[in-house]
Design a protein around this ligand. Structure first.
Ligand code: GCB
Length: 589
């Protein structure tokens, strides 16, 4: 093929096409408080195409050039409206068997109408797109986002027409330098799998809105703070909390305002998950949230909720579903929280990446404490400064999204990384990022026992509030005596949570305790683990691995068939394995 005279085919010689679309980066800085705001959903059927050669980007299809310089019609390699239609939000892997293992680029497109009303500004929100995402609106490249599990926002005020065409170019290739890195023990779903929405706002609007207890005040004082964006950065905001009889004004200066006030409140706790409606009016803008107020802290090896020592009775959970992949329905999300409650849990570890904000809202409502995590999992490219920036950005996006959720008590900055110098520097930056942005929660990470010395000695621990330990005695290591010794050898000066332990079992597969993949073997591991754990005074919580079986392409034996079977329930959540009842009983005290 020869490039023709006017250069229409020039792109086939251009391998630098990616760098053309690596600016317009959207980060946590452009996030907007949006819970309970009126939104217009752009969910529904979109046209969809897998584009393994990146032809959309290379040939700039978004420009819809149909003529050459002399005005002659050119043949066209796409017809957007005839592409297959898939539902958004969803994972493409679940749309059709032919996409199940697809990793690469895919293009989504649709048209939508926009009728200007009284609003002054308009923002486009994506709840989550895995992993890289480039947005083109009305033939222009407008945004680039990295990170597969957190929301991002783009102002489109001056770009919207009455009739609009949007293209979303998604790429879910696993990369060494990404967060998560290329290797992991879960399925790499792709696509736009959380809501796409338009948000209309006044010229000056409330960009961030936070409500929390002031630490160390015995729940006597709360703090409300806002950040305002727009022309009118000085004025008075009105705070209303009807159930506390609060109606008070506070000043906003240079776009920032905050107020601390004395209150007498019912603290939020798993047994009594009280939520208050908190509202703020500023100029033409109004925001509200349903907020639980609680204090979480550590002292010595104890964890305190509202001043009382607690034990975290937890379970880990992936965001996975047989039918919907990562795009859980609201019913499935609530079901997961209810299943944890039924297991007598007060705590869930949301592994290993940010789950939907809807589960944090459900946890607030039903009373479950949460551990939220970013996917700094396994062998991350710790020497790479771009990887660190990506991790920090995802962490900030998560913290900003869920700041008002009382249920979230722990930010986890990673899972099972080897204790190297580069990793320590990287993780210290993440700890500092948390401490700068949110001092109302605890920091942790899933760490490993030092196998050589058989002791808890990961250097990261010095920076954490709570030590998370993952260990698989009874499964990857059969010698339980080593576990007893490891706990005996260790003298942590802060609380430990066993953030993972477990064993695999195929639902209904019975046998002896010595036969791998039987329910009996899994149950025996739980029995032995719990017997050891309960006598270790510094262990202040556990979250065994895992609530229900989940997809993982690494798991290929005759029982697994593409699933990690360490669930207490089967993947469809209909069957409870023997170990489920053991843990449920252990928690029932
Ligand atoms: C782990 C990992 C988790 C795996 C689990 C397992 O330690 O944190 O991602 O799925 O073990 O089943 O091996």
């Amino acid at each position: 093929m020869q490039p023709n005279g006017n250069g229409y085919l020039k792109h086939i010689y251009n391998n630098e096409y990616n760098s053309k679309y690596s600016h317009n980066i959207v980060t946590y800085e452009s996030m907007i408080y949006d819970r309970f705001r009126t939104k217009e959903k752009l969910n529904g059927y979109w046209n969809f195409l897998i584009d393994p050669y990146d032809t959309f980007l290379r040939a700039e299809w978004f420009k819809e050039n149909s003529k050459d310089k002399e005005g002659r019609e050119l043949p066209c390699d796409y017809s957007f409206d005839d592409w297959e239609r898939v539902y958004v939000p969803a994972c493409w892997n679940m749309a059709d068997d032919k996409y199940f293992y697809y990793e690469g680029t895919a293009v989504y497109t649709r048209k939508f109408k926009y009728l200007k009303k009284s609003e002054d500004r308009v923002f486009l929100k994506f709840g989550a797109v895995n992993y890289q995402c480039r947005i083109f609106l009305n033939k222009e490249f407008i945004a680039y986002h990295k990170g597969g599990s957190t929301p991002f926002y783009i102002e489109v005020t001056d770009r919207l027409l009455e009739e609009n065409r949007i293209h979303v170019v998604v790429n879910n290739i696993r990369r060494r330098e990404s967060i998560p890195t290329d290797n992991r023990d879960w399925f790499n779903y792709g696509g736009i799998y959380r809501d796409v929405e338009l948000i209309r706002l006044p010229q000056t609007f409330i960009k961030t809105f936070r409500a929390n207890v002031v630490d160390g005040t015995n729940l006597q004082k709360i703090k409300i703070s806002v950040e305002v964006d727009g022309n009118n950065l000085n004025g008075k905001a009105l705070l209303t909390i009807p159930d506390l009889g609060v109606k008070k004004e506070f000043n906003v200066n240079n776009g920032r305002g905050e107020m601390e006030l004395k209150v007498q409140l019912e603290p939020w706790s798993p047994d009594n998950p009280t939520l208050y409606t908190v509202q703020v009016q500023y100029g033409d803008d109004f925001v509200m949230d349903k907020v639980g107020f609680r204090e979480i802290s550590v002292k010595g090896t104890e964890i305190y909720l509202n001043g009382q020592s607690i034990y975290l009775k937890g379970i880990c959970c992936h965001e996975d579903s047989i039918e919907n992949g990562k795009a859980l329905s609201e019913e499935e999300i609530i079901e997961n929280i209810k299943l944890a409650k039924e297991l007598n849990c007060n705590f869930v570890r949301l592994a290993h990446y940010p789950h939907s904000e809807k589960i944090t809202e459900a946890a607030d409502q039903f009373g479950i404490m949460l551990w939220e995590e970013i996917a700094v999992n396994w062998a991350v490219d710790f020497d790479n400064s771009a990887t660190l920036e990506d991790a920090k950005n995802q962490l900030c996006e998560l913290m900003i999204r869920d700041y008002n959720r009382a249920s979230v008590i722990i930010w986890s900055i990673g899972n099972e990384n080897i204790d190297t110098d580069a990793r320590l520097v990287f993780m210290k930056e993440l700890v500092d990022t948390v401490k700068n942005m949110d001092d109302t929660r605890l920091v942790s990470a899933g760490c490993l026992i030092n196998a050589e010395k058989n002791i808890i000695s990961d250097r990261l621990i010095q920076y954490l509030d709570i030590i998370g330990i993952n260990e698989y005695y009874g499964w990857y290591n059969g010698n339980f005596n080593l576990l007893i010794e490891a706990f005996r050898n260790s003298r942590p000066n802060r609380p430990v949570i066993l953030a993972e332990f477990g064993a695999e079992a195929l639902s209904g597969h019975m046998g002896t305790i010595d036969e791998f993949f039987t329910e009996d073997c899994q149950a025996d591991v739980y029995r032995k683990q719990l017997k050891i754990i309960k006598d270790v005074p510094y262990i202040r919580g556990i979250s065994p691995w895992i609530l229900y079986d989940f997809r993982s392409p690494r798991r290929t034996n005759q029982y697994q068939k593409g699933y990690n079977l360490k669930g207490l329930l089967s993947a469809d959540k209909k069957y409870k394995k023997l170990a489920y009842y053991i843990l449920k009983k252990f928690y029932n005290y």
